[in-house]
Design a protein around this ligand. Structure first.
Ligand SMILES: [Fe+2]
Length: 323
């Protein structure tokens, strides 16, 4: 924890965050965020390619799209957010939750384009759902000031009546948590929330970013959750698929990959950071009894473009039954 005077509001707020996340994960994330700012975004990542750290790469992509005449179409696609319906049949889902619907938004990168917020509002306004889940990456950069993205996200979602739950991604800073929570968006920082219908419960569990910050902690998030309960996991990246299966989750929803964002015809992913295998990069997947879904993302990273990979918001409709 930074050196702050004990008893000050800043110290107390940080102490609360540390208790919520787990002290070790909190300290690791703060240290990594500080290192990230100091290195101006040159991360300590693994993998051959991490596009958020290579801004010249975006210049190359922009030039390629313009030279090939694809820029205008790719930019139109950025605003053409599709509503995807995903029915998930879960054996342990209590009967009272049959039809329970979670609207997933992910990878908003809300400060990338000034017209994006209105596009999202138009798409989600008519949708019916029980809770909203935001699976990380609210900011475009990984290291700059977070205020613009935080304000854009709050403004985008201010008309939403349903409960809103969120996790942090690899583009996010802990600094945005107090203001977003002040606007009614509840973060799950290695935490869970119990959703109740009658005397039955569904557990919504959120872990911190497992990709860059690696500040996730399943044990901490699952404290107090019965082993045989129906559990839905929010994980920014799908790379937790094996661990999630071992921890007994029923359904995992993730983002991070953007489905590739700029893909070959047919949606074939060209670019990813190799943190997860191809079969979990986009759409529906399975890992043993665990069912998973990786969203193509609602926003875009780096450039406001999409090619052969449309942006989405996802309505996950939970159903009782044998999977
Ligand atoms: Fe992202």
């Amino acid at each position: 924890m930074p050196h702050l005077t004990t008893g000050t509001p800043e110290h107390t707020a940080l102490q609360v965050l540390a208790e919520r996340m787990g002290a070790a994960e909190f300290a690791a994330r703060l240290q990594a965020e500080r290192r990230m700012r100091a290195r101006q975004g040159v991360g300590n990542s693994r993998g051959w390619f991490r596009f958020e750290h290579y801004w010249d790469f975006y210049g190359l992509i922009r030039s390629c799209l313009k030279l090939t005449g694809l820029w205008a179409r790719a930019h139109r696609n950025y605003f053409d957010i599709h509503v995807v319906r995903n029915e998930v049949v879960l054996a342990r889902l209590p009967a009272a939750f049959d039809g329970f619907t979670i609207l997933q938004l992910t990878d908003l990168h809300a400060d990338l384009h000034p017209d994006f917020s209105a596009a999202v509002r138009r798409v989600i306004a008519p949708l019916q759902y029980d809770v909203m889940a935001l699976t990380g990456d609210y900011r475009t950069c990984t290291f700059s000031d977070h205020l613009d993205a935080t304000e854009a996200t709050i403004e985008m979602l201010q008309a939403v009546d349903s409960p809103r739950y969120a996790i942090l991604g690899n583009h996010d800073s802990l600094a945005k948590v107090p203001s977003m929570e002040g606007a009614g968006i509840q973060f799950l920082l290695n935490e869970h929330v119990v959703l109740r219908r009658g005397d039955t419960a569904l557990y919504l569990v959120g872990i911190d970013d497992p990709n860059f910050y690696k500040s996730h902690n399943f044990e901490h998030a699952l404290r107090g959750v019965p082993a045989d309960a129906c559990k839905v996991l929010l994980s920014h990246s799908p790379e937790t698929y094996r661990a999630a299966q071992q921890f007994g989750f029923d359904f995992l929803m993730a983002g991070h990959t953007h489905g590739g964002q700029i893909c070959l015809p047919g949606g074939r992913v060209l670019m990813h950071d190799r943190s997860a295998p191809r079969h979990v990069l986009s759409g529906v997947w399975h890992e043993g009894p665990l069912q998973g879904y990786t969203s193509r993302g609602t926003g875009s990273s780096g450039l406001p473009v999409r090619l052969n990979c449309m942006p989405e918001v996802t309505l996950h409709v939970l159903r009782c039954g044998e999977a």
